[in-house]
Design a protein around this ligand. Structure first.
Ligand SMILES: [Zn+2]
Ligand SMILES: [Zn+2]
Length: 218
Protein backbone atom coordinates (compact mmCIF):
# COMPACT_ATOMS: atom_id res chain seq x y z
CA UNK A 1 0.00 0.00 0.00
CA UNK A 2 1.21 3.49 -0.64
CA UNK A 3 1.69 6.35 1.78
CA UNK A 4 -1.87 7.58 1.33
CA UNK A 5 -3.28 4.42 2.82
CA UNK A 6 -0.79 4.01 5.61
CA UNK A 7 -1.20 7.60 6.74
CA UNK A 8 -5.00 7.36 6.80
CA UNK A 9 -6.51 7.96 10.19
CA UNK A 10 -7.88 4.88 11.89
CA UNK A 11 -10.36 6.85 13.95
CA UNK A 12 -13.97 5.77 13.75
CA UNK A 13 -16.06 7.41 11.10
CA UNK A 14 -19.55 8.87 11.45
CA UNK A 15 -21.25 5.75 10.07
CA UNK A 16 -19.46 3.50 12.56
CA UNK A 17 -20.94 5.61 15.32
CA UNK A 18 -24.36 5.80 13.62
CA UNK A 19 -24.81 2.47 11.79
CA UNK A 20 -28.61 2.81 11.71
CA UNK A 21 -28.15 5.39 8.91
CA UNK A 22 -26.88 2.61 6.62
CA UNK A 23 -30.54 1.77 6.03
CA UNK A 24 -31.00 5.22 4.47
CA UNK A 25 -27.63 5.93 2.88
CA UNK A 26 -26.56 2.49 1.69
CA UNK A 27 -28.27 -0.28 -0.23
CA UNK A 28 -28.02 -3.96 0.74
CA UNK A 29 -27.79 -4.98 -2.93
CA UNK A 30 -27.35 -3.24 -6.31
CA UNK A 31 -30.61 -4.87 -7.49
CA UNK A 32 -32.50 -2.42 -5.28
CA UNK A 33 -30.90 0.53 -7.09
CA UNK A 34 -31.63 -1.08 -10.45
CA UNK A 35 -35.31 -1.55 -9.55
CA UNK A 36 -35.61 2.11 -8.51
CA UNK A 37 -33.75 3.18 -11.69
CA UNK A 38 -36.04 1.07 -13.90
CA UNK A 39 -39.21 2.44 -12.26
CA UNK A 40 -37.88 5.98 -12.60
CA UNK A 41 -36.81 5.34 -16.19
CA UNK A 42 -40.23 3.98 -17.19
CA UNK A 43 -41.90 6.96 -15.54
CA UNK A 44 -39.64 9.38 -17.44
CA UNK A 45 -40.21 7.58 -20.75
CA UNK A 46 -43.97 7.69 -20.29
CA UNK A 47 -44.40 11.18 -18.91
CA UNK A 48 -41.40 13.36 -19.76
CA UNK A 49 -40.75 12.78 -23.47
CA UNK A 50 -42.75 14.95 -25.85
CA UNK A 51 -45.25 13.43 -28.31
CA UNK A 52 -42.85 14.27 -31.17
CA UNK A 53 -39.80 12.58 -29.59
CA UNK A 54 -39.87 9.56 -31.93
CA UNK A 55 -41.40 11.29 -34.98
CA UNK A 56 -38.45 11.11 -37.35
CA UNK A 57 -34.96 9.66 -37.67
CA UNK A 58 -33.22 12.89 -36.67
CA UNK A 59 -35.16 13.12 -33.44
CA UNK A 60 -34.46 9.47 -32.61
CA UNK A 61 -30.74 9.94 -33.37
CA UNK A 62 -30.60 13.00 -31.15
CA UNK A 63 -32.20 10.96 -28.34
CA UNK A 64 -29.60 8.22 -28.80
CA UNK A 65 -26.85 10.87 -28.75
CA UNK A 66 -28.30 12.35 -25.54
CA UNK A 67 -28.43 8.87 -24.02
CA UNK A 68 -24.71 8.42 -24.75
CA UNK A 69 -24.01 11.87 -23.29
CA UNK A 70 -25.72 10.66 -20.10
CA UNK A 71 -23.58 7.51 -19.97
CA UNK A 72 -20.33 9.46 -20.44
CA UNK A 73 -21.55 12.13 -18.01
CA UNK A 74 -22.06 9.46 -15.34
CA UNK A 75 -18.62 7.96 -16.00
CA UNK A 76 -17.08 11.37 -15.31
CA UNK A 77 -19.18 11.84 -12.17
CA UNK A 78 -18.10 8.38 -11.00
CA UNK A 79 -14.45 9.40 -11.47
CA UNK A 80 -14.87 12.89 -9.98
CA UNK A 81 -16.67 11.77 -6.84
CA UNK A 82 -14.13 9.03 -6.22
CA UNK A 83 -11.11 11.23 -6.82
CA UNK A 84 -12.11 14.62 -5.46
CA UNK A 85 -14.75 13.81 -2.85
CA UNK A 86 -14.07 10.34 -1.46
CA UNK A 87 -10.28 10.73 -1.72
CA UNK A 88 -10.23 14.53 -1.50
CA UNK A 89 -8.04 16.35 1.00
CA UNK A 90 -10.71 17.64 3.33
CA UNK A 91 -9.64 20.27 5.85
CA UNK A 92 -12.97 20.45 7.66
CA UNK A 93 -12.79 17.76 10.33
CA UNK A 94 -16.55 17.33 10.65
CA UNK A 95 -16.96 16.86 6.88
CA UNK A 96 -14.05 14.39 6.79
CA UNK A 97 -15.54 12.47 9.72
CA UNK A 98 -18.75 12.14 7.67
CA UNK A 99 -17.40 11.56 4.16
CA UNK A 100 -14.85 8.94 5.26
CA UNK A 101 -17.84 6.89 6.43
CA UNK A 102 -18.38 5.37 3.03
CA UNK A 103 -15.50 4.99 0.63
CA UNK A 104 -12.55 5.31 3.00
CA UNK A 105 -14.35 2.95 5.37
CA UNK A 106 -14.74 0.58 2.37
CA UNK A 107 -10.99 0.82 1.71
CA UNK A 108 -10.22 -0.12 5.31
CA UNK A 109 -12.88 -2.86 5.51
CA UNK A 110 -13.02 -4.60 2.15
CA UNK A 111 -14.94 -7.53 3.61
CA UNK A 112 -17.82 -5.39 4.90
CA UNK A 113 -20.62 -5.56 2.29
CA UNK A 114 -22.73 -2.86 3.94
CA UNK A 115 -21.01 0.06 2.21
CA UNK A 116 -20.40 -1.49 -1.22
CA UNK A 117 -23.53 0.04 -2.71
CA UNK A 118 -24.91 3.54 -2.19
CA UNK A 119 -28.62 3.77 -1.50
CA UNK A 120 -31.22 5.05 -3.98
CA UNK A 121 -31.22 8.34 -2.05
CA UNK A 122 -27.75 9.14 -3.43
CA UNK A 123 -28.85 8.18 -6.94
CA UNK A 124 -31.88 10.47 -6.72
CA UNK A 125 -29.88 13.34 -5.18
CA UNK A 126 -27.16 13.15 -7.86
CA UNK A 127 -29.77 12.90 -10.59
CA UNK A 128 -31.68 15.97 -9.40
CA UNK A 129 -28.53 18.06 -8.79
CA UNK A 130 -26.51 17.06 -11.86
CA UNK A 131 -29.10 16.28 -14.53
CA UNK A 132 -31.98 18.49 -13.31
CA UNK A 133 -30.37 21.76 -14.54
CA UNK A 134 -30.40 20.37 -18.13
CA UNK A 135 -34.17 20.88 -18.09
CA UNK A 136 -33.57 24.50 -19.05
CA UNK A 137 -32.18 23.28 -22.40
CA UNK A 138 -34.81 20.87 -23.67
CA UNK A 139 -37.09 18.36 -21.97
CA UNK A 140 -36.50 15.52 -24.46
CA UNK A 141 -32.71 16.02 -24.36
CA UNK A 142 -32.66 16.20 -20.54
CA UNK A 143 -34.85 13.10 -20.25
CA UNK A 144 -32.61 11.04 -22.55
CA UNK A 145 -29.46 12.24 -20.72
CA UNK A 146 -31.13 11.30 -17.43
CA UNK A 147 -31.94 7.82 -18.75
CA UNK A 148 -28.31 7.29 -19.83
CA UNK A 149 -27.05 8.66 -16.52
CA UNK A 150 -29.39 6.42 -14.50
CA UNK A 151 -28.58 3.31 -16.51
CA UNK A 152 -24.84 3.89 -16.26
CA UNK A 153 -25.17 4.54 -12.53
CA UNK A 154 -27.10 1.29 -11.97
CA UNK A 155 -24.45 -0.56 -14.01
CA UNK A 156 -21.68 1.01 -11.91
CA UNK A 157 -23.27 -0.28 -8.70
CA UNK A 158 -23.42 -3.80 -10.13
CA UNK A 159 -19.79 -3.64 -11.26
CA UNK A 160 -18.47 -2.49 -7.88
CA UNK A 161 -20.58 -5.11 -6.10
CA UNK A 162 -19.41 -7.84 -8.49
CA UNK A 163 -15.74 -6.87 -8.11
CA UNK A 164 -15.87 -7.40 -4.36
CA UNK A 165 -18.58 -10.02 -3.88
CA UNK A 166 -18.76 -12.39 -6.84
CA UNK A 167 -17.03 -15.66 -6.11
CA UNK A 168 -14.55 -17.35 -8.46
CA UNK A 169 -13.06 -14.26 -10.14
CA UNK A 170 -11.15 -16.50 -12.54
CA UNK A 171 -14.48 -17.48 -14.10
CA UNK A 172 -15.58 -13.87 -14.68
CA UNK A 173 -16.18 -12.65 -18.16
CA UNK A 174 -13.31 -10.71 -19.75
CA UNK A 175 -14.71 -7.26 -18.89
CA UNK A 176 -15.23 -8.10 -15.23
CA UNK A 177 -11.80 -9.72 -14.93
CA UNK A 178 -10.22 -6.64 -16.48
CA UNK A 179 -12.14 -4.05 -14.43
CA UNK A 180 -11.62 -6.06 -11.25
CA UNK A 181 -7.83 -5.98 -11.70
CA UNK A 182 -8.05 -2.27 -12.47
CA UNK A 183 -10.09 -1.49 -9.31
CA UNK A 184 -8.14 -3.83 -7.03
CA UNK A 185 -4.93 -2.13 -8.13
CA UNK A 186 -6.48 1.06 -6.74
CA UNK A 187 -7.33 -0.73 -3.48
CA UNK A 188 -4.15 -2.73 -3.02
CA UNK A 189 -1.41 -0.57 -4.47
CA UNK A 190 -2.35 2.99 -5.31
CA UNK A 191 -5.20 4.85 -3.64
CA UNK A 192 -4.31 7.86 -5.81
CA UNK A 193 -4.61 6.03 -9.16
CA UNK A 194 -7.34 4.28 -11.18
CA UNK A 195 -10.37 6.18 -9.86
CA UNK A 196 -12.70 4.98 -12.60
CA UNK A 197 -14.89 2.08 -11.56
CA UNK A 198 -16.43 0.98 -14.84
CA UNK A 199 -13.72 2.15 -17.23
CA UNK A 200 -10.24 3.64 -17.39
CA UNK A 201 -11.44 6.46 -19.67
CA UNK A 202 -11.08 9.45 -17.30
CA UNK A 203 -7.93 8.09 -15.66
CA UNK A 204 -6.37 8.02 -19.12
CA UNK A 205 -7.56 11.54 -19.93
CA UNK A 206 -6.69 13.08 -16.56
CA UNK A 207 -3.38 11.30 -15.94
CA UNK A 208 -4.23 8.99 -13.05
CA UNK A 209 -4.09 5.70 -14.96
CA UNK A 210 -1.68 3.07 -13.69
CA UNK A 211 -1.29 -0.33 -15.29
CA UNK A 212 -2.80 -2.89 -12.91
CA UNK A 213 -0.43 -5.35 -11.29
CA UNK A 214 -1.58 -8.60 -9.78
CA UNK A 215 -3.82 -7.71 -6.87
CA UNK A 216 -5.59 -9.56 -4.10
CA UNK A 217 -8.75 -11.54 -4.66
CA UNK A 218 -11.20 -9.44 -2.61
ZN1 LIG B 1 -13.94 -1.07 -4.06
ZN1 LIG C 1 -10.92 4.60 -3.53
Amino acid sequence: MNSVSTSASKSRTWIENHPAWLKVLASPHPALNSIVAIILGIWMLRTQLSDQAFDDTNRVLSLVFALLVGVIYWSFVEYAIHRWIYHGRHRNAAWKYFIDSFHIYHHRNLEDPRVLTAGPLMMLTLGVLLVGPLLILDLDFATAVALGFLGAYAFYEWVHFAIHRFAHPERHRAYLRYIRRFHMHHHDRAWNKNFGNTSELWDRILGTYEKPENSSSH
